[in-house]
Write a protein that binds this ligand. Structure first.
Ligand code: NDP
Length: 329
């Protein structure tokens, strides 16, 4: 038997979480079984833990957890053998396939990435999907020509998971980081991650009629979307890129095309879920080399399976700081 957080639907159709012992035989089909050591909490997990499954969960009973790291216990794949350390993010695991909120997970070998040298399973999940996506965003900005000499890079939703990791990576790579936050009382935390400038959310959230403002930012990792993204497009330097990662502030984009046409601004879409395996491997190696592990430790908030329903509701309200690390070991 293994311990798991299981979402079950009540007669009213709403799902609720229970911590249960389940049989290993009830795990879904897959060619690799992993002993999960750590999982985490991402914004999407908050949705999957909510009573309606955030429109992501298709059937119940369901084990959420969109990412995990652990050790291969058994494998029918030539790619993995028992004892290998692996990490999984994306592929709709934790949404349509059972995920990481259990002591074991059975998945397709194609979804697994071997842990790079120098990264523990604990560190991999302190990074998690949010941090993995932050690194994808930084890589996309670099691939579009960003370098530290071009000026400050804006990070929105900076105290969240994506924002915290993006801030620490960019600062480590020598960038000047301007962190946008609705929690100015957390300025000390953001500065400790390497932010050099704190931009209060209200300053950049306010809608302006002008499509262009002064050219302020050499690049941007945006976890917020909505009106904030629309506004900051008009503040980008000539030819600069914005990596659009999230929608914590809304999915609508009430913008004009003027920044694209007159300033050659680029809007780069970042998707972590269906990311091809070769780029996943590249990304995890970059995380192992370019994310300072002592900064990662500052972001970690430890949690147990039992804490997740409450934390899941909090992350949907923007109330979680940094990265929640769930220990299943
Ligand atoms: P978090 O909740 O940890 O962080 C989001 C942060 O955004 C909050 O901490 C807060 O930061 C800020 N924020 C929250 N609400 C608002 C609001 N209404 N207006 C402006 N800012 C707000 O989530 P994650 O970091 O895990 O994820 C961030 C976003 O990225 C989510 O939308 C998520 O779905 C998306 N995402 C996308 C992925 C992809 O593949 N594209 C993968 C992973 C995440 P502060 O208090 O500092 O202002």
């Amino acid at each position: 038997m293994i311990k798991a957080l299981v979402m079950e639907q009540g007669e009213d159709g709403l799902a609720a979480a229970q911590i249960k012992e389940i049989s290993e035989d009830s795990l879904p089909a897959g060619d690799v079984t992993v002993r999960v050591e750590y999982s985490t909490l991402n914004y999407k997990d908050g949705l999957c833990l909510s009573p309606k499954g955030g429109g992501l969960v298709r059937s119940y009973p369901h084990v959420p957890g969109i990412d995990f790291a652990g050790t291969v216990e058994s494998s029918d794949s030539p790619e993995f053998k028992p004892g290998d350390k692996v990490v999984l993010t994306g592929w709709r695991v934790g949404e349509v396939h059972w995920g990481g909120y259990a002591e074991k997970a059975r998945v397709k070998s194609d979804w697994l990435v071997p842990l790079p040298e120098g990264l523990s399973t604990r560190q991999a999940m302190a990074v998690g999907t949010a941090g993995f996506t932050a690194m994808l965003a930084v890589m996309a900005l670099e691939d579009h020509g960003l370098s530290p000499d071009q000026g400050p890079v804006l990070v929105t939703g900076a105290s969240g998971g994506v924002g915290s990791v993006a801030t620490a990576i960019l600062a480590h790579l020598g960038y000047e980081v301007a962190a946008v936050t609705g929690r100015p009382e957390g300025a000390g935390y953001l500065k400790s991650l390497g932010a050099t400038q704190i931009v209060p959310r209200d300053e950049i959230n306010e809608v302006v009629k002008r499509p262009l403002e002064s050219e302020s930012w050499a690049g941007c990792v945006d976890a917020v979307g909505g009106e904030m993204l629309a506004r900051l497009l008009g503040q980008m330097k000539y030819g600069a890129s914005v990596a659009a990662v999230g929608l914590a502030g809304g999915a609508a984009l009430p913008a004009t095309v003027i920044p694209f046409l007159l300033r050659g601004v680029n809007l780069l879409g970042i998707d972590s879920v269906m990311q091809p395996k070769a780029n996943r491997i590249r990304c995890w190696h970059r995380i192992a080399t370019d994310l300072p592990m002592e900064k990662l430790e500052e972001m970690v908030q430890p949690a147990r399976l039992e804490d997740l329903p409450e934390l899941g509701a909090a992350i949907l309200k923007g109330g979680v700081k940094g990265r929640v690390l769930v220990d299943l070991g």
